[in-house]
Design a protein around this ligand. Structure first.
Ligand SMILES: [Zn+2]
Length: 326
């Protein structure tokens, strides 16, 4: 793509479905149309939209493979397949989610794209689904910051008041009771991967660390972390946030968790400010969205949209997978 993708260019060029379809054809098929039935590249021709012999209209954007004689469109095998929402609205939704640092609520998509709230909710969830990262092909090395945070659910006032006379501290409900725990592993200068965990315990964290962190990595955490018991081999340094220590240098190495603290700040502003009520069954999809934007943070907004759009194939999210708007 020569021209940078912005909201303005998107709005101009994708004013209708035909232009949006041409855009997707160029993006998905740089070497010519690819037949999803037999895999042949560049061996298909367009069917002109006209009434067929049986009186049925051939839809726009239909190709016919000269090899296997099957018909297809650019949306076959993508999350757009079978969608009643015009493709140009899909592309705009992609850009809005990719270019907004804190994400965008289904309510706002609903208003901006003139689709129903329910449609907007499904679109956003499908887009998040395509943002899901592939499992790491190799473990993260170098400096790794690991931390936990709690999102969603309000801390109820009555749970944060002082312990009443005769009440034992351990009998009170935790102020985190209706919050969800998120553990993120961040490679400094690299990527982040977040996981929704039921409870932050050493047992729950150990497999996450073992799967993602190389043995020669230098892990940095704050002092309040449960992670200590989950770390076996890697070098481990801690900063003591309670003592207001955020950065220190040891043998020329910067000991800090400021990168992950910054990532969590964006995540929490997004989840709490934009999404308000994130159902815990859907939290992992929101985490995919925030991880995706962080991991493509060095890209321009338009390029980030293209990266996301390149992941639309091979991922069809069935509606039943995400039944309840939340
Ligand atoms: Zn074919």
């Amino acid at each position: 793509m020569d021209n940078e993708l912005t909201l303005v260019s998107l709005a101009q060029h994708f004013s209708d479905e035909d232009k949006a379809r041409e855009f997707m054809e160029k993006l998905r098929w740089p070497d010519g149309p690819v037949c999803p039935h037999c895999g042949q590249v560049g061996n298909a021709y367009r069917l002109e939209p006209k009434p067929s012999k049986k009186g049925k209209h051939v839809r726009k954007g239909v190709w016919k493979c000269a090899g296997c004689r099957e018909q297809f469109t650019v949306t076959v095998g993508t999350i757009f397949e079978d969608s009643h929402i015009p493709l140009n609205k899909w592309l705009l939704a992609y850009h809005l989610l990719c270019a907004s640092k804190k994400g965008m609520s289904a309510h706002q998509l609903h208003r901006m794209l003139k689709v129903t709230y329910r449609s907007a909710w499904f679109m956003a969830h499908r887009i998040r689904y395509t943002m899901t990262q592939e499992p790491l092909s190799s473990k993260l090395t170098g400096v790794i910051e690991i931390d936990e945070t709690y999102v969603g659910g309000k801390i109820r006032e009555k749970y944060v008041t002082a312990v009443k006379p005769g009440e034992r501290q351990q009998d009170r409900r935790s102020p985190f009771a209706n919050k969800q725990s998120v553990v993120s592993v961040l490679q400094r200068g690299g990527r982040v991967q977040s996981t929704h965990v039921q409870r932050v315990t050493a047992e729950n964290l150990r497999p996450i660390v073992e799967q993602m962190v190389a043995e020669d990595a230098h892990v940095m955490t704050d002092s309040a972390t449960t992670l200590k018991g989950a770390l076996s081999t890697p070098t481990h340094s801690q900063v003591n946030h309670r003592a207001e220590e955020y950065v220190r240098y040891e043998n020329g190495v910067c000991i800090t968790t400021n990168s992950i603290v910054g990532f969590f700040a964006t995540l929490k502003r997004g989840i709490n400010g934009v999404y308000h009520h994130v159902g815990k069954q859907h939290l992992h999809r929101y985490l995919s969205e925030f991880d995706f934007r962080y991991n493509s943070r060095k890209q321009k907004d338009g390029d980030r949209t293209l990266i996301a759009l390149n992941s639309v194939s091979g991922k069809r999210l069935m509606l039943r997978d995400s039944k309840q708007p939340n």
